[in-house]
Design a protein around this ligand. Structure first.
Ligand code: SF4
Length: 245
């Protein structure tokens, strides 16, 4: 087996990597998280992972894209349902990369978090696996979440205070949203259907929704890349001068 492990952040990766290694699997880490904003936060999480991977001798592949514009454009029409697009975008890119680089399986550290919508994540991974022809290696890492976080604190790793996007940052710090954090993600789980035909129909609808969300993100991402490559293209949001790459 050749396993590509999508990593959302170093603290969540600790227990996932340890439990995979305990199974005799040596994963290759994969960084692709266009949902982390603002740029200083993105760099803090990315750089923490790069340093930690080197420390534990983990091979790491980087898709280093700060995705504020494409992410916000892709979710703007339905901010409450943004986690569906976020999961689809990250897991589709992981599956695509795995298939293109000779990996037989992929999985994600997102599966360790008790704060994410686990069922929706699994559906997004299954949809991506089907589309890109690479197997999804499912593991429920949630039982070792606390243990991993405690190790991260003991190691002095940077610990983020919110999920990733600007909307989750607002939910974390605004009283108005505090009781509703991740309500959007929780509401995106398809209702439990009754009967074989309903199960099949609900499954197909969920897969189709995830695929469309992923394609929508990829279209916006492609347009953002084209605009960046064409200096004559107008950016609707003027960017401040960049002094630090
Ligand atoms: S809350 Fe977290 S999972 Fe949901 S869209 Fe934002 S970064 Fe992604």
């Amino acid at each position: 087996m050749k396993l590509l492990l999508h990593i959302c952040c170093a603290p969540c990766s600790i227990a996932c990597i340890a439990s995979l290694r305990a199974e005799g699997i040596e994963p290759t880490g994969f960084w692709y998280n266009p949902n982390i904003h603002p740029l200083t936060e993105y760099r803090a999480r990315r750089d923490t992972l790069v340093a930690y991977a080197s420390q534990i001798h983990l091979a790491l592949e980087m898709q280093d894209e700060y995705g504020l514009r494409p992410f916000v454009c892709a979710v703007a029409d339905d901010i409450a349902a943004r986690c569906l697009t976020c999961y689809a975008a990250r897991l589709r890119e992981t599956a695509r990369y795995a298939a293109a680089h000779g990996f037989t399986h992929f999985t994600s550290t997102l599966l360790i978090s008790p704060y994410q919508n686990h069922e929706l994540l699994v559906a997004a991974a299954e949809q991506a696996a089907m589309e890109f022809g690479v197997a999804f290696w499912y593991r429920d890492f949630r039982p070792v979440f606390r243990e991993g976080q405690a190790q991260a604190r003991a190691l002095g790793l940077y610990m983020q205070k919110y999920c990733g996007c600007v909307f989750s940052e607002e939910e974390r710090y605004s009283k108005r949203f505090r009781s509703k954090a991740h309500k959007g993600a929780a509401e995106q789980t398809p209702p439990t259907p009754h009967g074989a035909a309903d199960v099949r129909q609900a499954h197909d609808a969920a897969m189709q929704g995830l695929r469309q969300a992923g394609l929508r993100f990829e279209a916006v991402r492609g347009a953002a890349r084209d605009a960046a490559a064409d200096p004559s293209a107008r950016d609707p949001v003027p960017a401040p001068p960049v002094t630090d790459a």
